[in-house]
Design a protein around this ligand. Structure first.
Ligand SMILES: C[S@@+](CC[C@H](N)C(=O)[O-])C[C@H]1O[C@@H](n2cnc3c(N)ncnc32)[C@H](O)[C@@H]1O
Length: 309
């Protein structure tokens, strides 16, 4: 049998959190190959509606093929375009929105995307055609800029030697050449983990991932109805930190710095966090799907009726 395009992580429980009203309106903002969307769609009754969006046109092809029986509307959009796209649909505010961050197997397993360090492909890494391929930036950036990206988005300790090796070997055209540059810069032990961090850092840069996540979460202040839920699944600490900090800030009445004697920010809480600690997959799921091992899920619910722009 053919490999599935992507195995969804913690899908049933994500749908349990998300679908509080089977006749409500839901949005899967990372529809991918529609694993989660399929489970959500099954929970809906007549009157229920599901929208699915993704920045990657390939994902939308896969989702279209997978969701033939479900009442789903699919649209190509980045998180930063969510508000605008939601307005165009003219549906009422949503009962729930799902973010399943990171990359799909159909992306990482395609050598031509250049997302995987163990497949030879071009230095691309784009999730949608509007971004610029990694090679454009990597072949012109300063050593210190490259090192900074490796530190910020990969939490890589050997950022500088890796950046120097990259500079020495430029122009780089393929993932294989990047892999060799990294291999030359670090001891052989642990090189796979270093490669994973380096590829993660460049992928985050190329796709503006952390800013996108922040923009998607911020959009929920407009698109979610009172009682509507945000379900967010992250795959590394940088993604999870953006979610955690957003939930923490937006569930507080005051966000003034500690040294301000009386509140001047007038910030009002509009979220309630429903998961005190992030939820993780059980060992059985991780045993069957290695990509689930780093997953963390956080859930919050909207508590007010204002539109937070
Ligand atoms: C882990 S996959 C989602 C898999 C999906 N839940 C499933 O069950 O098939 C993540 C998806 O998010 C999409 N994505 C990542 N960043 C995005 C962004 N800023 N805007 C929209 N989609 C994004 C990717 O293209 C990818 O298809």
């Amino acid at each position: 049998m053919a490999e599935p395009a992507h195995v969804p992580v913690m899908a049933e429980r994500a749908a349990d959190w998300l679908v509080t009203d089977p006749s409500g309106v839901y949005w899967d903002a990372t529809v991918g190959a529609a694993g989660h969307a399929g489970v959500i769609a099954e929970r809906l009754t007549e009157g229920g509606k599901l929208f699915g969006s993704d920045r990657d046109p390939k994902a939308l092809d896969l989702a279209t093929a997978a969701l033939t029986a479900a009442p789903v509307t699919l649209v190509q959009a980045r998180f930063s375009q969510l508000q605008e796209v939601w307005r165009q649909t003219q549906v009422k505010q949503l009962n729930g929105i799902l973010f399943d961050f990171g990359v799909g197997s159909f992306q990482i397993d395609s050598a031509e995307r250049g997302l995987s360090f163990d497949r030879d492909g071009p230095l691309d890494m784009r999730m949608d055609p509007d971004a610029s391929p990694l090679s454009d930036w990597l072949n012109s950036a300063d050593v210190s800029e490259i090192a900074e990206v490796l530190r910020r988005f990969g939490e890589e300790r050997r950022a500088r030697p890796i950046a120097r090796q990259i500079e020495r070997r430029r122009p780089l055209a393929s993932t294989g050449e990047l892999r060799e540059a990294v291999r030359k810069a670090v001891p052989p032990k642990g090189v796979a983990a270093t490669l994973a961090r380096v590829f993660q850092a460049f992928r985050i840069l190329v796709n503006g991932e952390l800013d996108e996540i922040h923009a998607g979460l911020a959009a929920t202040g407009t698109v979610l109805a009172r009682g509507g839920r945000i379900v967010a699944i992250s795959y590394h600490s940088l993604e999870d930190r953006v979610v955690k900090n957003f939930f923490r800030r937006e569930s507080r009445d005051c966000v003034c710095p500690d040294d301000v004697p009386a509140c001047i920010c007038r910030h009002r809480a509009w979220l309630r966090v429903l998961t005190r600690r992030p939820e993780v997959p059980d060992p059985d799921e991780i045993g069957g799907n290695r990509r689930a091992r780093a997953a963390k899920r956080r859930v919050a619910e909207r508590t007010d009726e204002r539109t937070v722009l």
